[in-house]
Each structure stands twice: as C-alpha cells, then as structure tokens.
Ligand binder design. Sequence first.
Ligand code: NI
Length: 133
Amino acid sequence: MKKLHRFGVSLDSELLKKFDELIKEKKYTNRSKAIADLIRQEFVKEQWTKGGKIAGAITLVYDHHKRELVDKLMDIQHDFQKAIVSTQHIHLDHDNCLEIIAVRGNSPEIKKLADTLKAMKGVKHSTLSVTAS
Ligand code: NI
C-alpha cells in the first residue's frame, strides 16, 4: 500500500457543510476518501480532454432481431480491435442483448468507438464510463 500523507484543508463553513451533506448522500464514511475520489475524477477528466490514455467500459442494449445491426456492431468492433480488451454478451430477454465492451486506449479513439456504436439504428441504450489507466 502507498504511504498516506495528511494535509490541512481550509474551507469556509458553508462549503464544508454542503460537502458533508453531499458525501453523506453518497455514502462516504469519511472526508478523505471523498476528497481522494474527487481528485482522481479530475485526473480522469484531464486525461479525457487531453487525449490521454484511458480505460473503461461501453455498454450497449440492442434489438437482436435486427440481424444487419448485429453484423454491423461486429464489424465496428473489428475495426477498433486494438482498443477493445474484451466483449461480454448477455442475452437480456427475448428481444434484447446487452453488450459490455471493455476498452483501453487514447480517449479520441475510445470516444469515436463509443459514438459510432451509439449512433447505430437499433441501439436502444448506450453508456460509456471511463477511468484513467
Ligand atoms: Ni444476445
């Protein structure tokens, strides 16, 4: 485990009160973990906007009766095979498939992949969540 450092933070009481309410809502048990997560989030955001290396997951829900869509989604994934670590396919119900695509690479490429998949007709829902790799 990495060495922990303590440091003091000065905040006006109003902001601190709001912060404590927020972290309580988010089920944090202490301020340190909440602050560390906020800092990490900023690093992820910076990596994302700078075009740096990120890792994450794209989720897709789509109609599996649309055969041409299934083929197209597969073609797109082959075009981006360097960015795709793995794909998990779940047969959600009679009509719908859920796909979870683990991705790793530079943010512009990951964004392009996520946007291309999302834009396909028949994709009902799509999300992209990222972290810094
Ligand atoms: Ni399926």
